[in-house]
Design a protein around this ligand. Structure first.
Ligand SMILES: Cc1ncc(COP(=O)(O)O)c(C=O)c1O
Length: 394
């Protein structure tokens, strides 16, 4: 039987990216001693008041169909959260609740793209971006971030990538995998490009609550960008709720209307009791997120300091988020061969940077989603592993 042809592209784009991680997980399940630093799934438990609110809602019978695009209470809580965060008046009519940020990305692409429309991604992009554009019938076009300036946003590089086919620019700041935060002036120039070329600006801000020192400037706040911007967020990282699959898009009311209509046809509404938990997450005092942020910051420092004596490996200090990149170019390994050797010889799994594209082939991405003691043990293993191999440097 025949399948839709775009599925070929999707299978090809994600096929090898996760091989080290999958192998590490298989070994872990078999009881082998493996420290998993290859995935960004928060190790914290979802804060109990959030789980309690969902359980109460479940027991009280919130188990029926619910409105596509989110129940009223959660949309209101999101609108209030985003109004406060962005310093703008966001109405619940501009909010669409989705199954995580990933689903919001797909829904947004479906709402904005016609076949063959191009979307500019900043390279290296988060691993799922190219696939989500293709899944919606669009064409991803890469514009480089400035790797020499810590993966800074370079509006000139974006301007050079714009063609008559360009429909949207997808910005991800704070950035996965580098943890870089785009600075305000660059974001405003990007926004001005969108206005000048009549483009959508999609802003993936899933790490916005996890900025360590520098504050984050959302492009939604840039002059003139309001009705051409869709902001995407979720509770996955900020509230340790990855498995709940709760995210959202904030865009113009007309966009939200189309999005609800689309979701009605493909999902028919999410789970009301999970959304009750999400509402509790957003109406709480924020102390749990602050605690997790502090833990990630501490772990970042622990990792960077712990790897300082690793021969040839250079860890880059992220400004935000739950990952750090490390550069293998002064060792004899590429990111990929380093990751396999480290897994096989030291029992630590990291993600080869090549998963994000050739620009990161000499880097690995290391997750901060392990307790401090485990992360310290992983650093010790990496230092020991590289010390043993010192002298083999290319
Ligand atoms: C940049 C970025 N966007 C979106 C997602 C998807 O998040 P969610 O779990 O909310 O679907 C992730 C997850 O790692 C991410 O890093």
């Amino acid at each position: 039987m025949r399948y839709a042809s775009f599925l070929q592209d999707l299978a090809a784009s994600g096929s090898t990216a996760w091989a080290v991680h999958s192998e590490a997980m298989a070994r872990h399940r078999r009881g082998e001693d493996v420290i998993i630093l290859s995935v960004g799934d928060p190790d914290f438990t979802t804060p109990p008041p959030i789980a309690d609110a969902a359980v109460d809602a479940l027991r009280s019978g919130q188990t029926k169909y619910s409105a596509a695009g989110g129940v009223a209470g959660l949309r209101k809580a999101i609108a209030q959260t985003e109004s406060k965060r962005l310093g703008l008046e966001i109405s619940p009519d501009e909010v669409t609740v989705t199954a995580g940020a990933q689903n919001a990305l797909y829904m947004t692409m479906r709402c904005l793209l016609d076949p063959d429309d191009a979307v500019i991604l900043l390279s290296p992009p988060y691993v799922m971006f190219e696939g989500v554009v293709r899944a919606a019938g669009g064409t991803p076009i890469l514009a480089p971030l400035d790797a020499d300036r810590g993966f800074a946003l370079d509006p000139d590089a974006v301007a050079a990538a714009i063609t008559p086919k360009t429909r949207a620019i997808l910005l991800n700041s704070p950035h996965n995998p580098s943890g870089a935060i785009a600075n305000r002036a660059a974001v405003e120039r990007l926004a001005a490009l969108c206005v000048a070329h009549d483009l959508w600006l999609i802003s993936d801000e899933v790490y916005a609550d996890l900025c360590f020192e520098r504050s984050f400037y959302s492009p939604r706040r840039a002059p003139g960008v309001g009705d051409r911007c869709v902001v995407i967020r979720s509770l996955s990282k900020s509230h340790a709720m990855s498995g709940w699959r709760i995210g959202w898009a904030v865009g113009p009311a007309a966009f939200a209307g189309h999005a609800r209509n689309l979701l009605n046809n493909i999902q028919y509404g999410g789970s009301a009791f999970l959304q009750a938990g999400a509402e509790a997450a957003l109406t709480g005092d924020g102390a749990d997120t602050a605690c997790m942020k502090e833990a990630y910051r501490r772990r970042r420092d622990l990792l960077v300091e712990g790897l300082a004596s690793a021969p040839g490996l250079r860890a880059l200090k992220p400004e935000a988020g739950i990952f750090a990149l490390a550069d293998t170019s002064e060792t004899s390994w590429s990111g990929e061969s380093f990751s396999w050797a480290l897994l096989n010889e030291a029992g630590v799994s990291v993600l080869p940077g090549g998963a994000f594209g050739p620009v990161l082939q000499d880097r690995v991405r290391i997750s901060l989603c392990q307790p401090d003691a485990v992360l310290a043990e992983a650093c010790a293993r990496i230092v020991h592993f590289l010390s043993r191999h010192a002298g083999q440097a290319a």
